[in-house]
Design a protein around this ligand. Structure first.
Ligand code: NAP
Length: 283
């Protein structure tokens, strides 16, 4: 019997936990604040930012939105980040990616104080994830680990295969599974025998960005399949896994929509609460 992992329900549980944590801080006179910076007019980014703002409001997190024009210079953006780094009421800073081409993404990410880098993209935080001593984890892999935990899916000793090696999903995902004592393989576009490698997986995570990429012949009977993909096909959101064809072969699978997606914002809220606790010497 296949378990359909319900990202909406699990993210609601995480948000409830965060709301309680924010309430406890508020009772001690401590507020929790997140600044979200968006540069330009990218419609998808605007939707993400609006959703983040909505989530903050629902959990009692103060959100400050900085919507800057496409023409913003690097110096102007750096100056805003400097101001937010110093601002006491702001615990987390997030700069929505992608940035317009004339802005150096690396430089901008590096200018955010590591203790306010709730996306965990700063090299300091990336390094800490590598050594297994971290406060923040990129929100999507963190959300996946939360789902596995919630569903009592043991990682230790399992063969884990991650398809995709991006800095925001694939690589940190591999590290988190490794920290939980999984035996991890990270695949990419130059991987040979991809089907065979995937078929060895007890836990298969697809973060490719190609609709229906994972087919039944890539999935071991009884595997857990996590679909990170968010692809638009004829206006419809679909994942990297051919869900209908693969589902019955798995012991557990995440749908798209309603799987990994809702977890990402919930984990951002969690990271913001952690930042506030750290900055107030509570953890
Ligand atoms: P990305 O930076 O484009 O990385 C895609 C990865 O897939 C790359 O490592 C690439 O390999 C690999 N790949 C591409 N074609 C392949 C092939 N034929 N065989 C094996 N590997 C292949 O994408 P991303 O940012 O990690 O995102 C991946 C997907 O997750 C996207 O659909 C994105 O929208 C979605 N996403 C969802 C959430 C969420 O909240 N649910 C969050 C973030 C991302 P190379 O490195 O060799 O090019």
């Amino acid at each position: 019997m296949t378990k359909i992992i319900d990202g909406k329900a699990i993210s609601a549980a995480v948000k409830e936990r965060v709301k309680k944590g924010v309430g406890e801080l508020n009772q001690q006179g401590i507020t929790v604040g997140l600044a979200v910076i968006i540069v330009g007019e990218d419609p998808a980014s605007k939707v993400y930012v609006a959703n983040k703002k909505k989530a903050c409001e629902a959990l009692g997190i103060i959100s400050e939105e900085y919507a800057l024009p496409e023409s913003t210079t690097e110096a102007e953006l750096l100056s805003l980040i400097k101001e937010l780094n110093a601002k006491k009421s702001i615990n987390g800073i997030l700069c929505q990616l992608p940035l317009p081409r004339h802005l150096d993404e690396k430089l901008i990410i590096n200018s955010i104080l590591p203790e306010k880098d709730v996306d965990a993209f700063h090299p300091h935080n990336v390094g800490r994830i590598m050594i297994g001593d971290y406060d923040f984890v990129p929100c999507t892999p963190a959300g996946i680990m939360e789902m596995l935990k919630y569903e009592n899916i043991e990682v230790e000793g399992k063969t884990c295969v991650v398809i995709g090696r991006s800095n925001i999903v694939g690589k940190p995902m591999g590290m988190l599974l490794l920290h939980k004592n999984g035996t991890v393989t990270i695949c990419h576009s130059r991987t040979k025998n991809l089907k065979e490698v995937c078929r060895s997986a007890d836990i298969l995570v697809a973060a490719v960005g190609k609709a229906g990429f994972v087919t039944p012949d890539m999935v071991k009977e009884g595997a857990v399949v996590i679909d990170v993909g968010m692809n638009r096909e004829n206006g419809k959101l679909c994942g990297d896994v051919d869900y209908e064809a693969v589902k019955d072969k798995t012991s557990a699978i995440t749908p798209v929509p309603g799987g990994v997606g809702p977890m990402t914002i919930a984990m951002l809220m969690q990271n913001t609460l952690t930042a506030a606790k750290k900055q107030n010497g509570l953890i």
